[in-house]
Write a protein that binds this ligand. Sequence first.
Ligand SMILES: Cc1ncc(COP(=O)(O)O)c(C=O)c1O
Length: 367
Amino acid sequence: MTTIEVPDGVRKIAESLDDVPAYVYDLAGLARHAAAVRVAMAGTEICYAVKANPDAEVLRVLAPYVDGFEVSSGGEFAHVRSVLPEVPLSFGGPGKTDAELALAPSAYRWHVESPAELRRMRAPADVLLRVNLDLPVTGAALTMGGGATPFGMDPGGIAECLALLGSSPVRLRGLHTHLASGLDAPDLLALAEAVLAYGRGLGLREFNLGGGMAVSYTRPHERFDWAAYGAGLRALARPGETLRVEPGRALTAYCGWYLTTVLDVKRVHGERFAVLSGGTHHLRTPVTKGHDQPFVVLPRGGGGEDGPVTLVGRLCTPKDVFARRVTASLAAGDVVAFAMAGAYAWNISHHDFLMHPKPEFHHLPAD
Ligand SMILES: Cc1ncc(COP(=O)(O)O)c(C=O)c1O
């Protein structure tokens, strides 16, 4: 495993960690990263996808560096409004209740997912039609478009929406798309080019190109090439057009740490296991993505044995695994600090399974 730099504030919390795990958000690191992304993406609007991490402090730190926030439920909408009452909100998601549709007039942009949804809209609102073009999506970690999926509309659905606009109170602003997650800049640019060509053919000038910027959990030092993506989008944009992206994971993954103590180290049928006080009910990411979560062992004097080890939580399921047969030196009492736990981590996890204590949350202050 490559060495991962652990912020001093994370080390400090680890020193006094008891058996209740902790999440630590490095807000200074987040601010530095967001500022660099903002510069790289000059000319393109950035809308943070709140589903990646809705932590209130994280939202506050991101606010100066983004043009708005993307929410996907009435719950996220109300949450962001309570934290940042004035920020522009884009509302998307494949199924919307009547109560959610009533929020459309107060959203900055409303992402329409189907002709039936558009028919249900009874008040003026600024809408983008979410298109799912039949495009080859290669190299993605998660695919939400480029073929038959419940997300957005194919060109037939878009044509149906365009025909409905004459009798609808909504104002058509442009297109929205989010075809996949985990793509590198050249792949995202190729998709953007195709979406822009399609939208321009319909006479549209505003395009939300979605999120999905790649984050590598196996190469934690790597970063998505924001400079190449920003420059590529500036080259693609025509005068008078608005281009917007809505990244989640690639903005916040790196600011989060999940700390947990080693309760037991044992050998079973020749394999070594380290059983941790936490579990994937707090950090489900490695299970959902099928990777080894990058980590650093912070020794606390136990004198650990070196060699391959599988890091597990204490849930009664063989799926409660953070990392398999990774090389590490650890002993009971040490702290394992999992890195890259700032996106799709705590908020996608099944917290109440087995009723273990919830983690404590710490925020390392922004500079
Ligand atoms: C519509 C939409 N936009 C943006 C995102 C954010 O994607 P990512 O976190 O991969 O950048 C998602 C993720 O599922 C999404 O569904």
